[in-house]
Write a protein that binds this ligand. Structure first.
Ligand SMILES: N[C@@H](CCC[C@H](N)C(=O)O)C(=O)O
Length: 294
């Protein structure tokens, strides 16, 4: 087996994350390795957060984000919290500046163990999402699913947190919709040239909403941090909530989203370590660390 890299299996409110330590290495986690790890019930994940050496002065690491289908993503809020917890446990550092393909992310671990990530500035222009055609008002675009005369879901808000999101608003229980059936159809709809993360949101007060997400490249997940950010800013810009929202995710956990006056979106929530091991970034072959074996 080629030189193995350390990894930690973690989660962010049930969003399954592998934090891969690729520091000091010139290779990258291959799509084949990601698909192999995702296919193993012991290491199945929604995203891999691959920590690489920094590429830009002032940043501590470059982070590559890989979905369970082997595709790359531009943002992963839950995964970033897991990276912060892992690096904080290793170094004692509490404040971090990372670079991803979407830009610079600042993050901080608090005394109570929760972690805040500045997810950057949301973008709402149709070409920034991106969409395949012009929509002047992205608070509600022409997209629906179900019978034409009685659509099940329609008129979603769209937003980019570095990755594309569509949020369908419902007045009833978000669990009463077949997102497992609608999700892949909408994820791959031609209106989304880079595909999209598809969420169903029920606003329950001016400060709270419930959310379910079919993730691009990963399917149904128990939480999606960038989707909670996209839903929170979309709820605010459509007048449904204020700019600080607590989002309940499918696992039952909550994330606090604050869309600051400077337009940055700050997400705060927990992270959890599960077990550690080593893996081959080329093939996905892996072994569990002995001290972790019960
Ligand atoms: N679960 C992540 C989102 C990961 C990327 C997404 N599937 C995409 O492809 O855009 C999160 O917590 O933000």
């Amino acid at each position: 087996m080629a030189s193995e890299a350390p990894f930690a299996k973690m989660n962010g409110l049930g969003n399954e994350i592998i934090v891969a330590d690729m520091r000091g290495r010139a290779d990258r986690v291959t799509p084949a390795a990601a698909i192999a790890l995702a296919a193993d019930t012991a290491t199945r994940f929604d995203q891999i957060m691959a920590i690489h050496d920094p590429r830009t002065p002032g940043t501590v690491n470059y982070i590559e984000i890989i979905n369970s289908d082997g595709t790359h993503a531009q943002a992963c809020g839950n995964g970033t919290r897991c990276v912060v917890q892992a690096l904080s446990a290793e170094t004692g550092q509490k404040v971090f500046t990372f670079e991803t393909v979407a830009g610079i992310l600042n993050a901080e671990e608090h005394e109570d163990g929760t972690i805040s990530v500045d997810m950057g500035v949301p973008r709402f222009g149709w070409q920034d999402i991106p969409l395949a055609e012009e929509f002047r008002d992205t608070r509600a675009i022409e997209l629906q699913i179900g019978p034409i005369d009685q659509p099940v879901l329609h008129s979603p808000s769209v937003a980019s947190m570095g990755n594309p999101h569509a949020i369908f608003w419902v007045d009833d229980d978000v669990w009463s919709y077949d997102l497992d059936r609608f999700g892949p159809l909408l994820e791959n709809h031609p209106i989304f040239p880079e595909r999209a993360n598809i969420s169903i949101a029920q606003v329950t007060s001016r400060e709270t909403l419930n959310l379910r997400t079919w993730e691009r490249g990963a399917g149904l997940t128990l939480a999606c941090g960038s989707a909670t950010c996209a839903a929170a800013v979309s709820a605010a810009r459509t007048g449904r909530t204020g700019r600080t929202v607590t989002v309940t995710v499918p696992s039952g956990g909550t994330l606090k989203i604050d869309w600051r006056a400077d337009d940055h979106v700050v997400m705060t929530g927990p992270a959890e370590w599960e077990f550690s091991g080593s893996f081959d970034p080329a093939t996905g072959g892996w072994t569990r660390d002995r001290q972790d074996v019960a």
